[in-house]
Design a protein around this ligand. Structure first.
Ligand code: SF4
Ligand code: SF4
Length: 257
């Protein structure tokens, strides 16, 4: 996110909070965000609802200016097939940009694998994105402070400060970071920060026809997403890493990596 966009977003915060516009001259955007601890963004994925159409992936790429054919994406969808013999096969062709158009599982160099219907115990789709971790290793390893966490929990990348060393890409245990193919700086999902700070949904949430993706404010007890996360059985990816992910899943199978 460019600093000027960040300032623009902060301006929305400031005007919403009733702070004088002249204060913009000396207010640090991070300080403005820190003054709003009542917001903690969290994401909810319902794997029971996802059909693997990939509309979310395409919408994200268009919204965030990631070239459609580039082999990188801020969000993607994985397909898991669990066989009756216990074998697990998974694929995500082009991140599911065009959905899953074949019953065969793309095994990259090993070719396409056909699994007979009678062999399948379970099959499902799992959307993935940056977990906006509460303890984000990507922030800890950035040597110049270009990756930082806002007070509302979202981990952001300041493109002006990023030197492209790639430490954060190596440091993220979820593999969600990559180099932006055009900007040549570290890139990842930021919950469409430019949208959520203006009261809009993320592009992927808006695009999902089945409401498999939702975003909400964990600190608002009336928020429907917060109510599910706080009161229902939800899971996170790789809880054992201690990063405290804030992307929560309904129906997360233990085989999901
Ligand atoms: S998922 Fe990776 S990139 Fe996102 S906050 Fe966690 S460590 Fe950082
Ligand atoms: S748009 Fe919704 S249903 Fe389609 S792949 Fe994405 S999360 Fe799944």
């Amino acid at each position: 996110m460019k600093r000027r966009d960040f300032l623009k977003n902060s301006l929305v915060f400031i005007s919403g909070a009733g702070v004088s516009m002249s204060a913009l001259e000396w207010l640090d955007p991070k300080a403005v965000l820190a003054s709003r601890p009542e917001v903690r963004w969290a994401f909810l994925v319902d794997t029971h609802k996802c059909v693997g159409c990939g509309f979310c992936v395409k919408a994200c790429k268009i919204e965030n200016d990631i070239p459609l054919q580039a082999n990188v994406t801020r969000t993607w969808v994985e397909r898991y097939v669990i066989k009756k013999d216990g074998d697990v096969v998974m694929d995500s062709p082009k991140g599911a940009l065009n959905g899953f158009t074949s019953n065969k599982i793309d095994q990259n160099k090993s070719g396409m694998l056909e699994v007979a219907d009678e062999e399948i115990a379970q099959a499902f789709f799992v959307p993935k994105l940056c977990n906006q971790c509460e303890n984000p290793p990507c922030v800890q390893v950035c040597p110049v402070g270009a990756t930082y966490q806002a007070a509302d929990g979202v981990v952001l990348v300041d493109r002006k400060w990023c030197i492209g060393c790639g430490y954060c890409i190596m440091g993220c245990p979820y593999g969600v970071r990559f180099f932006h193919p055009k900007e040549k700086v570290a890139e990842k999902c930021n919950f469409c920060y430019h949208r959520i700070t203006q009261g809009k949904k993320t592009a992927c949430v808006q695009a999902c026809p089945f409401s498999a993706r939702k975003i909400g404010n964990l600190r608002d007890p009336k928020d429907p997403v917060a109510q599910v996360i706080l009161n229902q059985r939800v899971g996170v990816l790789r809880d054992e890493y201690g990063t405290k992910p804030h992307v929560f899943y309904i129906g997360l199978n233990k085989e999901v990596r």
